[in-house]
Design a protein around this ligand. Structure first.
Ligand SMILES: [Mg+2]
Length: 364
């Protein structure tokens, strides 16, 4: 038996640059990545790494991890992962079944999965069902520029660098049309609205969106769990709808799939509740004949866990790559695309542990 002897939350903030104005979901510019990492150590000296979603909520997620996740892990055997996670889900539901609760549980799930694969001496892809490929194509996920010139320039730059697909986060048609004009007809294009439109607006603009040949339209409307409205939009617009990054648990994805809310299902491994919920969601999506497009604008354990999932997937899928210039990387150039593709690490567990120098420099 292996025993967890200690666990620690490590908070980081790593700045990044992009040529935009940092326009986005929150007040002020988005200029740095937050990380709430979970480091779990066993009595035989193995270290497992997890991560809870923490963009704009790092301190809150870290506090919950310290208060309720760490005490539930110390003294346990990582082999009991299913039992440990079931206990956490049951106990923590009273503080909210979704959102922050599941972000924190995601960190526990990733760290335990990393440990179990390391104990077995295999990569997580192998542990999740078999490593089927060495690398996957990445799509360039551009931040919101709200500037016709910048959208065109950066879309064209990404296409030139070898990305076969580009995702925008624009919420006005001229910016989306500028990207298509800049990249030509052969590069796939998607747009993520982050729930900024109404059902009426989405219907009104559907013709123009079909004209720019979007592979998918992501999270058009608020609230994201209005699955009936999303199902109506799939029919009325003829557009492929992608959604799911703001859902948690396979249970909620099951409801969305049952109501016909998506063409592309988007589990986010640091939000949904970790790999356990992600793999069950993948099973549900596959059974329903839907496509899967993981949400993964990540650069920590969540990015590696997503890559490992894609390594074990039956068919090749794209990984999301947030197209910004990072001041430092936890894993060297591991997550940097080459000719539009990212290698899936083959080492035990997630494949890499974070660089201690980077942790030292950017620890909060
Ligand atoms: Mg999105």
């Amino acid at each position: 038996m292996t025993k967890i002897i200690s666990a620690e939350v490590i908070e980081l903030n790593i700045p990044f640059d992009d040529p935009g104005k940092g326009e986005g979901l929150f007040e002020g510019a988005w200029t740095s990545h937050d990380f709430a990492l979970l480091r779990v150590e066993t009595d035989d000296g193995l270290i497992g790494w997890g991560e809870g979603f923490s963009y704009f909520c790092r301190a809150t997620v870290a506090t919950l991890m310290r208060q309720s996740i760490i005490p539930a892990l110390v003294g346990r055997d990582p082999a009991d992962i299913d039992l440990i996670l079931a206990e956490l889900r049951q106990k923590l539901h009273i503080i909210g079944r979704y959102g922050i609760t599941m972000f924190a549980i995601s960190a526990a799930d990733l760290a335990l999965n990393d440990l179990n694969a390391k104990i077995a001496g295999v990569s997580l892809a192998e542990h999740l069902g078999g490593r089927k490929r060495e690398n996957v194509p990445a799509y360039a996920s551009l931040v919101r520029y709200a500037d016709t010139g910048l959208v065109g320039e950066l879309s064209a730059k990404a296409a030139t660098e070898g990305f076969g697909m580009i995702k925008l986060h624009e919420i006005k048609l001229p910016y989306i049309e500028a990207a298509r004009a800049a990249i030509g007809p052969d590069v796939a294009l998607t747009d993520d609205v982050n729930c900024n439109w109404t059902e009426v607006q989405t219907n009104d603009w559907a013709g123009a969106l079909r004209d720019v040949d979007l592979l998918w339209l992501e999270e058009p409307i608020f609230p994201p769990e209005d699955f009936a409205a999303l199902a109506r939009l799939r029919k009325s617009t003829g557009l492929a709808i992608a959604t799911g990054e703001n859902l948690c648990t396979a249970h909620q994805f099951g409801e969305m799939i049952a109501q016909g809310g998506a063409d592309y299902v988007q589990p986010s491994v640091t939000k949904i509740g970790g790999l356990t919920e992600t793999m069950e969601t993948r099973r549900l999506a596959n059974a329903a004949g839907l496509k899967i497009a993981h949400h993964a604008p990540y650069f920590g354990p969540g990015a590696l866990a997503t890559l490992q999932c894609l390594g074990a997937a039956e068919d090749e899928e794209y990984i999301e790559y947030l197209y910004v210039d990072r001041e430092a990387s936890l894993y060297g150039d591991t997550l940097t695309p080459k000719n539009g593709r990212i290698d899936i690490p083959s080492g035990p567990g997630l494949g890499f542990d974070p660089d201690p120098d980077v942790i030292g420099k950017f620890r909060v």
